[in-house]
Design a protein around this ligand. Sequence first.
Ligand SMILES: Nc1nc2c(ncn2[C@@H]2O[C@H](COP(=O)(O)OP(=O)(O)OP(=O)(O)O)[C@@H](O)[C@H]2O)c(=O)[nH]1
Length: 635
Amino acid sequence: MWTLVGRGWSHGRALAVWAAGTAQRGRLEPLPTPTRGAPAEFRAWDRLYTSAERKEKIDMSRFSVENIRNFSIIAHVDHGKSTLADRLLELTGTIDKTKNNKQVLDKLQVERERGITVKAQTASLFYNWEGKQYLLNLIDTPGHVDFSYEVSRSLSACQGVLLVVDANEGIQAQTVANFFLAFEAQLSVIPVINKIDLKNADPESVEKQIEKVFDIPGDECIKISAKLGTNVERVLQAVIERIPPPKVHRINPLRALVFDSTFDQYRGVIANVALFDGVVSKGDKIVSAHTKKIHEVNEVGVLNPNEQPAHKLYAGQVGYLIAGMKDVTEAQIGDTLYLHKQPVEPLPGFKSAKPMVFAGMYPIDQSEYNNLKSAIEKLTINDSSVTVHRDSSLALGAGWRLGFLGLLHMEVFNQRLEQEYNASVILTTPTVPYKAVLSSAKLIKDYREKEITIINPAQFPEKSKVTEYLEPVVLGTIITPDEYTGKVMMLCQARRAVQKNMIFIDQNRVMLKYIFPLNEIVVDFYDSLKSLSSGYARDKAHSVGKAICERLKDSLPRQLFEIAIQAAIGSKIIARETVKAYRKNVLAKCYGGDITRKMKLLKRQAEGKKKLRKVGNIEVPRDAFIKVLKTQSDK
Ligand SMILES: Nc1nc2c(ncn2[C@@H]2O[C@H](COP(=O)(O)OP(=O)(O)OP(=O)(O)O)[C@@H](O)[C@H]2O)c(=O)[nH]1
């Protein structure tokens, strides 16, 4: 969704959400300095189990379609999805019951350190109930808004969801956003009120909120404590009773949806697939509908939650498939796989994730360029929502401009680079993309289009050659205790937001919807929302410009002449600082003597400095740039 800068016109639709007031965490607390190199137990999870350690091949034919349920757990951040997943894994005997089972599906080091889910994971659970054996495929999803893309992808492989809501915090903004993702995908929704063991838990009022906001009868809510295991068995039974089996046909030719993929340097691409039709097994020749390339299947299996090879995978089942694909472009997420010579209508793919936050990434030392390049390439194979363009800067050398789904996504990517690939990088201040409608015929010819997208501030076309600029805007949902409503509204106004809606979701909580310019919220909005400091100036350009000039002033070495540091918007100077000149004492050798000689020396010095100022080039040390950029991104 884009709008004219400074005016209220927009088109398209996007969703972003935050919670205020009772939310415990949104942006993350600073982490301790990460240790170099991941400890063994945190290394890429798929390397933890060698094929020799994996069990015998499993026969999946025993699960008929009627006995399969594919479901996902969705919730606001920290409401307990991963803890509930742990209990479900224990109850079904998928993992042993030990005290150490904490967020078993969060396998990345970054997930464990930050206590958040970043990458959706799948686990096949085998569960006996009323004399039948069921196959329950659980797909754990991330809760933070930056990873909504992972959520919607996971939902495409499901028929139902468990919507987990914290009994103390109640419905939060991300609960609403995730509910609508499931609702639009026409999935069965089972509301689960979690943390009923907490002292301040109020499951009855959360039940009423669920009735009011989602129009789901309160008696459908299951009240549990995922931590203590209370009522968790009822959740499993509801999955079987309330979620329909997938609508698929095993006698039809193979039609498999790639809903996720990871890269293993020894075995190539491991594609997570949901089979909509047919059967697939080792030795089958399969074709990617996207690339039309033919591959031979080396291994199929289920995630239990680690890889468990199977003889075959059948329609209705979710599992993994390895077929010698060398990089993820050969098994793109949303791709359909079918058997060679048995083409099928491809399944509807996914909308590709659109990066909305861009930042420059450079090696700390240019000699590290190739290592960093290879690390970025490997990581983007595992996280295809990151875009990479080559870039260079006079000060920082050769590097890249990377696009992320949000700020947390950027932080996580950076942290994974450090932890999993031992790479140290300089990351520049994040910016959002802008569009410019060109008026200059020459520029239109150069760009071969009238409307261009600018992801790098250095490439902004001149104002005189542009009819209008457009900026991205998002629809944001804020849930706040009533007493903060006034302050929250003032903050939103200060961020140029346009109010769309306001409803009371219970006696003392209000849900507000606003259209925000993305640039106004991308970096520090959540922090401001939490502190509710409404004294922000409307026009921040001056203060930002001033802050950068001040930092440069402190970092630049002094010269023989005065250096003016200016921040400008186009030709208008908005902030200025001066680095004072070194003063050589030209009078040092004049002991006493003639005042006119002293005046002459000083005049000559002043003239010399004037001349130097005109012709003098100063070299900005790399360190100064790094310092300025680092302080900015640390903000
Ligand atoms: N008291 C209590 N605490 C719980 C319960 N369930 C989860 N928690 C705690 O709540 C915190 C968040 O739980 P997680 O399972 O990581 O939450 P999540 O929804 O998976 O979080 P993300 O992956 O970041 O979206 C952890 O400290 C859990 O121990 C519960 O039933 N009772």
